[in-house]
Design a binder for this molecule. Structure first.
Ligand SMILES: [Zn+2]
Length: 153
């Protein structure tokens, strides 16, 4: 899945459960649950194997996705700025939500071939439910809208 829904679900969990000892592990765990929702994202591993590097198009999508997740994640966290501790925990929640993919970043973009990351990648791949682009983006847009609805409710 793209990082934006992962980050926002992580942040949303903390808005509802302020105790970081509960909410941060939940935010981390939400990553794997979300990856079981049929989705589309750039196939970095396939590209790496095929071309020896990630394509420019996918790099642009990943960069845009990271910027959007930072912007929307900050928007959610800043809504709780009257309680700085809670606000910071929301930032951490967003980070916990993307952490399983963040550890793969150097593998894809810095050619850092690490055995642990390779095994991690295989594990994440094994639970992914991929689909084609249009329905696979629709499920993620619905997820993002549901997150904002949940936070506001
Ligand atoms: Zn993932």
């Amino acid at each position: 899945m793209l990082e934006t829904p992962h980050a926002l679900v992580g942040a949303a969990i903390v808005t509802k459960i302020p105790n970081p000892l509960i909410s941060l592990p939940l935010a981390f765990a939400s990553h794997f649950v979300l990856d079981m929702v049929p989705h589309w994202n750039p196939h970095l591993n396939t590209e790496l194997q095929k071309y020896g590097h990630v394509t420019k198009r996918s790099t642009i999508i990943v960069a845009a996705d990271v910027l959007i997740s930072l912007a929307l994640g900050s928007f959610i966290a800043l809504n709780f700025s009257t309680d700085p501790t809670h606000m910071n925990t929301i930032f951490l929640g967003a980070f916990a939500g993307v952490l399983p993919d963040v550890v793969e970043g150097p593998y894809f973009f810095l050619s850092w071939k690490n055995e642990f990351v390779k095994k991690w990648l295989m594990f994440q791949k094994s639970i992914q439910v991929d689909t084609t682009m249009v329905p696979g983006l629709a499920t993620q847009i619905v997820t993002v809208v549901a997150v904002f609805w949940w936070i506001a409710s």
